[in-house]
Design a protein around this ligand. Structure first.
Ligand SMILES: [Zn+2]
Length: 477
């Protein structure tokens, strides 16, 4: 099977934008959207058509600057909150000078990437969000109808978590799930804190973020269900139960030549067995019921002539069924204990970043299905194995999460690819969903909770549920 070569040859050039036959004004046309999307993909571009824009790097700053100037140039008001989330706000509902403004429908995703990541993951959702917002504004202006809510496009800080763990950081702070100060203190492997890095690129914001009433996000699927079944759009019913294990293998440092084999307490050899145990634990369950990996692995002192004294790693377990993850975790605890015994070393294992299986509101799923049907496209319900900002937001407000197909289902790599045609279809559907949300759909899911004018500072003061995350969460420290 041939893989469509992920070149940018299918990108619309900016000059094509003026010839667009779209019913939208040139500035919100499909051609302009594609030109802008492929332009953003040049920021932090890698040799093999990926991007490298880890959170709060120079490349992340350049992408943020692009969003800011695009948004301001198209009549949005840009706000940056204390954790570095960016909001491009459109006040669609007229408000008297002294009255609080109507709440906002938020749409968006994230502009940061994994190291050597793909150019679609996250960026597609933000840029599609900007164009959807522009189209919504145009539609209301043309129709003369009055929207119920305002609309803002958000670029969430540090969704990827590659440089600063844990992932989904900005939206989780916004949703009150993570503590702001704790997250500002998280350090990368170089010892730079989130707070310092935000200041360094000029995005340590002081603005009060817009108050959300509902949330919608479109993203690449990152799996191959839609491609396999030739379906245009996926709508997410639930997110998988996930958890991480913080694993510290503590051996003894010694000379690689002079130490007798019997006397060695090699942390890396034991760690290698732990990695295999994490990979093979999936075989204890039905096929595809569980996924697992060790994504991060730090060896100390990492010298060619020293038997390693310490290996720190993070294992990741995910399943649709919480009991499967819990059983896998228990099995790993038993296996790791026996590996420690065998090598006469200490292995510490701690749970962190436990995320419950969570359902998206059925009314939101139906809203997406209706929008897709109106556009003459096909849709399928599915669950997401990957974490997303929408999963955090779904704790706070009703959220709608949609996918467009990923070629070969690959993601978090340079080969990640989605066709222009699929991106355009997703943009149309997002526009339609955003129009419904701005018109007042989904608000009944609010269950009477009032969240008017709530700032990040107030979220911080209201006892965040970061109990899930022990101090060892700052695994990079
Ligand atoms: Zn993403």
């Amino acid at each position: 099977m041939t893989t469509p070569s992920p070149t940018r040859s299918n990108a619309a050039s900016p000059s094509e934008a003026t010839n667009a036959t779209s019913s939208h004004a040139a500035s919100s046309s499909d051609a302009t959207f594609l030109a802008d999307f492929h332009h953003v993909a040049t920021i932090g571009a890698t040799d093999n058509d990926g991007v490298d824009r880890q959170a709060l790097t120079l490349e992340d700053q350049q992408t943020r600057d692009w969003m800011r100037s695009w948004a301001e140039g198209n009549g949005f008001e840009v706000r940056v909150d204390a954790i570095g989330n960016m909001f491009a706000c459109l006040q669609l509902v007229p408000t008297a000078a002294d009255a609080p403004s109507a709440p906002y429908v938020l749409i968006g995703s994230h502009l940061d990437s994994q190291p050597l990541g793909g150019r679609f993951d996250g960026a597609y959702g933000v840029i599609a969000g900007l164009f959807a917002a522009l189209r919504v504004k145009e539609q209301f202006a043309e129709s003369g109808l009055q929207p119920t809510f305002n609309l803002a496009v958000v670029n969430w800080f540090n969704e990827e978590g590659g440089r600063f763990a844990p992932s989904i950081m900005g939206s989780s702070v916004y949703a009150g799930l993570f503590d702001l100060d704790e997250m500002l203190a998280v350090q990368d492997l170089e010892g730079t804190s989130v707070s310092e890095a935000l200041t360094a690129i000029g995005y340590a914001g002081t603005d009060t973020p817009p108050e959300a009433i509902s949330y919608a996000e479109i993203h690449i699927e990152q799996g191959r269900i839609l491609e396999r079944e030739a379906i245009d759009i996926g709508v997410v019913e639930a997110s998988w139960y996930t958890q991480k294990l913080d694993i510290d293998v503590l051996g003894e440092q010694s000379h690689t030549g002079a130490t007798a084999m019997a006397d060695r307490h090699d942390a890396l050899v034991a760690a290698a067995k732990v990695v295999l145990a994490v990979a093979e634990v999936v075989d204890e369950f039905e096929e595809e019921a569980l996924v697992s990996s060790v994504g991060q692995h730090v060896v100390e002192p990492n010298s060619p002539i020293v038997v390693p004294r310490r290996v720190h790693m993070v294992a990741d377990l995910r399943s649709s069924d919480p009991d499967v993850v819990k059983a896998a975790r228990d099995s790993l605890h038993r296996q790791i204990a026996s590996i420690a015994l065998e090598h006469e070393i200490t292995i510490k294992v701690e749970d962190f970043d436990v995320r419950a299986k969570r359902y998206f509101p059925e009314t939101g799923v139906e809203l997406a299905e209706k929008a897709v049907a109106n556009e003459g496209l096909s849709i399928r319900r599915l669950e997401t194995m990957a974490g997303h900002d929408s999963v955090a937001m779904n704790h706070r407000v009703p959220a709608v999460m949609m996918f467009v197909p990923s070629v070969d289902g690959v993601s978090h790599c340079e080969r990640e690819f989605t066709t222009d045609e699929d991106m355009i279809r997703g943009l149309r559907v997002l526009t339609s969903v955003a129009t419904e949300l701005v018109g007042g759909e989904l608000r009944e899911e609010r269950k009477g909770e009032v969240w008017v004018g709530r700032s990040v500072a107030e979220v911080r003061d209201s006892a965040p549920s970061s109990a899930q995350m022990p101090a060892s969460t700052r695994v990079n420290a």
